[in-house]
Design a protein around this ligand. Structure first.
Ligand code: GDP
Length: 338
């Protein structure tokens, strides 16, 4: 069946027995089934992709119940220490959590800052936690897309909390902020850091800022906290019902963890009655759809035979100033009509 032509309902009905077993396994919270389903969505094979979309469609009604938390920070900020402390604490509170990573380094260097298996050793051993290292290839868009889908699978498997972790590099923070309910920045207690974040436009997307490693220098932590509060004060809040909080923590000594979670719950209870919490998810889902449409159109364009045949000459003509960029673009887009 051609996925692109099939109505959604038909896609959901046409699951093979193998895929139905996978769906049932995920719904039953079986880790093996969840890991297999994530491997399926990460596969680049087109038949796997088609099956993955069918599996996701079947699971979609069972998604959406978790709280989705993004945690970002530069390498060394203490992300894995913090997530581990938070995870162990959440498990003590009776919760189940999944940790997924969006790792921009993997597409650039082929290696991975986040993907090494020695991180979060305690959490790895817990039945109530599911930790998935990032796929080690693909563009950031591709990796992020897989993380979004993996997040839905984890929700269907019954995890209450999904943490999406990313390194504070380039585009990845904006990408992660676009897929979570609340986006948290982990900062170090030194004055240089916040200026960098302001420059990169990160301040605007932070719902919560945590100054970690407060144990190292309490004074510097207080100064950094005040600087962040000032920086955030100057911005118009995204919602009249939420002003980003600046907190301090020491992940190593497990300080500030319950307070962090209290802030997350406060955020959810401030924005749920107003409808903003649900509206944010709707907006994110639509924006994801449009990103995929844009990507698909671009692919279609690049693979079109007449575009391929004429692109080199037109590119050269624009480079040499014989054709305007606009004329070349319209001529190339026109080929799609025939
Ligand atoms: P990541 O790269 O952001 O994941 O950072 P890690 O969690 O790997 O932490 C980097 C280093 O900082 C490790 O040696 C941690 O033990 C240490 N670290 C993390 N949190 C704290 C903290 O709150 N206080 C202190 N003193 N060290 C910390």
């Amino acid at each position: 069946m051609n996925l692109h032509e099939a109505p959604l309902a038909a896609q959901a009905q046409s699951l093979s027995p193998v895929d139905q077993a996978l769906v049932d396994g995920v719904l039953a919270g079986q880790r093996r089934a969840l890991a297999k389903a994530i491997t399926l969505i990460e596969s680049t094979r087109s038949d796997h992709q088609q099956r993955a979309q069918q599996v996701l469609n079947a699971l979609l009604p069972s998604t959406g119940r978790a709280i989705r938390v993004g945690i970002s920070g530069v390498p060394g900020a203490g992300k894995s220490t913090f997530i581990e402390a938070l995870g162990v604490w959440l498990i003590e509170q009776g919760k189940k959590l999944a940790v997924l990573a969006v790792d921009p380094s993997s597409s650039v260097s082929g290696g991975s800052i986040l993907g090494d298996k020695t991180r979060m050793e305690q959490l790895c051993q817990r039945e109530e936690a599911f930790i998935r290292p990032t796929p080690s290839s693909g563009s950031l868009g591709g990796v992020a897309e897989k993380s979004r889908e993996a997040m839905l699978l984890c929700e269907a498997a019954g995890f209450d909390v999904i943490i999406i972790e990313t390194v504070g590099v380039g585009q990845s923070e904006t990408t992660v902020a676009g897929m979570v309910d609340i986006f948290c920045l982990l900062q170090l207690p030194n004055a240089g850091d916040d200026l960098q974040a302001i420059k990169k436009g990160i301040v605007e997307i932070a719902d919560l800022v945590v100054i970690n490693k407060a144990d190292i220098d309490r004074n510097a932590t207080a100064v950094t906290r005040a600087q962040w509060r000032n920086a955030l004060h100057m911005l118009r809040p995204v919602s009249p019902n939420w002003s980003p909080l600046v907190m301090t923590a020491s992940a190593l000594h497990k300080e500030g963890i319950p307070e962090f979670w209290e802030a997350i719950e406060k955020y959810r209870s401030a924005l749920t009655p107003t409808g903003e919490f649900a509206a944010k998810r709707q907006h994110q889902a639509l924006s994801w759809m449009w990103q995929l449409i844009d990507f698909g159109l671009r692919q279609h364009f690049r693979h079109h035979p007449r575009v391929q045949a004429n692109l080199p000459a037109l590119t050269q003509s624009v480079e040499q100033g014989h054709t305007t960029p606009a004329a070349a673009a319209y001529a190339l887009l026109d080929y799609l009509k025939h």
